[in-house]
Design a protein around this ligand. Structure first.
Ligand SMILES: *[C@@H]1O[C@H](CO)[C@@H](O)[C@H](O)[C@H]1NC(C)=O
Ligand SMILES: *[C@@H]1O[C@H](CO)[C@@H](O)[C@H](O)[C@H]1NC(C)=O
Ligand SMILES: *[C@@H]1O[C@H](CO)[C@@H](O)[C@H](O)[C@H]1NC(C)=O
Length: 459
């Protein structure tokens, strides 16, 4: 399951303007104004292609220039794009899209939805749009931010997910039917990230609606995962939510686990919650002790600590950003540079990379336009001002345009240049579909995550 989070183009925009003439590898300074304009043009190339060819479907298929529903039937790309529109200064389009979503999106539909994706993209995207709407010039209703149409939509979507949490362990199923609840015979096996990636949106929702149920279920799921760690302090990849037994026992920082760690740290910062941070720091010790080799992170058996897979996955590139958020800058930079070396070798991050052998795992070499390394570069640059990080920003723009731009958007290609993927792994327009970021908005991204200050009372 692809578990990646956040942020391609919006953050590049926020990153590049800070550049003050750092030299490129060939001694020339990339011009920030030039890259700012390029990133903007890239966004509109994708966004306008979506509007022309794919709306009202969830996503654009850039090769066939048409659209299809992927995670539901929510015009998901519009929700993904909202905060980026504001960052790019397009308030009129933001306002138009808010109207369109209010008129068109319906969650009373017979769709089997991913609980994880629906949370991070739909609930998260609507919450951030809600919190940003005043700044975007939308006429907000009395009582905002404790009320508003987008908040009601986010709450409605989140309520559709709650039946998934009704399990003996409190850990959620991975899929729920938006109309009927959990399907009979639904698999009880959920990946770790699918259990531990709710606290940011759900705690925000509880603060804004005054209903504690969302934060409560998210916290119970986090506690159950914590209690399920092995004696050596690691968690596996998939667990049975009915029995609490680990089904996949590979421990690592990548696919299937990644955003669990990310949400412990970002949740700790957003909520100023020492318990969440303490959990992460304990995991961090075990991860460094058992999975780290030369500033690479491998997969190990969660009970024994023995190496099970010596691969790097592109999804893991969020880790230097997380290390930066906890102030571990030196380690973050070393790991970032490992990953950046791979990027330079392939002109993008391959999905899987065999670390000891230095080649990509067969059939997995395409760069699926994932934003993780770019996000890490952004955090590290904020912390260090090191110009190497701007070079990654420049390289990302150049590679994405070169390897993936097609007439109707951006698509994934493999490195033989032969086959190109149409669809889901195409452009990730979701910019910052997370309230803690977009609450912060463009300028405050500087200071990282803001705290949730608003507490609303239940109506
Ligand atoms: C906002 O976005 C719409 C749709 O792409 C576009 O037509 C319009 O020109 C944009 N406005 C600004 C100010 O960028
Ligand atoms: C949802 O999943 C259930 C169980 O697998 C299946 O019976 C049902 O047809 C699916 N519904 C839709 C709309 O795909
Ligand atoms: C690190 O691993 C060793 C075994 O290799 C173990 O004895 C030690 O307790 C571990 N320390 C931590 C902090 O996990």
């Amino acid at each position: 399951m692809p578990f990646r989070l956040l942020v391609p183009f919006g953050l590049l925009c926020a990153l590049l303007p800070l550049h003050h003439g750092a030299p490129g590898p060939d001694g020339t300074a990339p011009d920030p104004a030039h890259y700012r304009a390029r990133v903007k043009a890239m966004f509109y190339h994708a966004y306008d292609s979506y509007l022309e060819n794919a709306f009202p479907y969830d996503e654009l298929r850039p090769l066939t220039c048409d659209g299809h529903d992927t995670w539901g039937s929510f015009s998901l790309t519009l929700i993904d794009a909202l905060d980026t529109l504001l960052i790019l200064g397009n308030v009129s389009e933001f306002q138009r899209v808010v109207e369109v979503l209010q008129d068109n999106v319906d969650f009373d539909i017979d769709v089997n939805a991913s609980v994880f994706e629906t949370n991070i993209r739909v609930v998260g995207g609507l919450l951030s749009a809600h919190l940003l709407s005043k700044r975007a010039g939308v006429e907000v209703e009395a009582g905002w931010p404790c009320s508003g149409p987008l908040l009601r939509m986010a709450e409605e979507a989140a309520r559709k997910l709650l039946p998934a949490f009704q399990t003996p362990t409190g850990m959620p199923y991975g899929t729920v039917n938006l109309l009927h609840g959990v399907n009979p015979g639904e698999t009880p096996v959920t990946c770790t990230a699918g259990i531990g990636t709710f606290i940011v949106e759900f705690a925000t929702l509880s603060s804004l609606t005054g209903d504690p149920v969302f934060e409560d279920v998210a916290r119970v799921a986090l506690m159950r995962l914590w209690e399920s760690r092995s004696d050596i302090g690691l968690v596996g990849n998939h667990i049975d939510v009915l029995t609490g037994k680990w089904v996949a026992q590979d421990a690592g920082i990548g696919a299937g686990v990644d955003s669990y760690f990310e949400y412990l740290v970002k949740g700790a910062i957003l909520l100023q919650d020492k318990k969440l941070m303490a959990m992460f720091l304990e995991y961090n010790k075990a991860i460094r002790n058992y999975t780290r080799f030369d500033d690479w992170y491998l997969w190990v058996q969660m009970y024994k600590g023995t190496v099970s897979m010596p691969v790097f996955q592109s999804l893991e590139a969020y880790w230097p950003g997380l290390q930066t958020l906890i102030g571990d800058i030196d380690n973050a930079m070393r790991t970032f540079l490992n990953y950046y070396t791979v990027w330079k070798q392939f002109g993008g991050l391959p999905e899987f990379y065999n670390i000891p052998q230095g080649y990509t795992v067969e059939k997995r070499e395409g760069y699926p336009l994932r934003p993780e390394l770019i996000e890490s570069a952004m955090y590290l640059y904020r912390a260090t001002g090191d110009p190497t990080l701007l070079e990654l920003g420049r390289d990302a723009v150049e590679s994405i345009e070169k390897i993936s731009k097609v007439e109707c958007g951006f698509a994934t290609k493999d490195h033989s240049g032969c086959s190109v993927e149409n669809g889901l792994e195409g452009l990730r327009m979701r910019a910052m579909s997370h309230p803690e970021r977009t609450q912060a908005g463009k300028t405050e991204i500087n200071s990282g995550y803001r705290h949730v200050k608003t507490k609303c009372v239940s109506k």
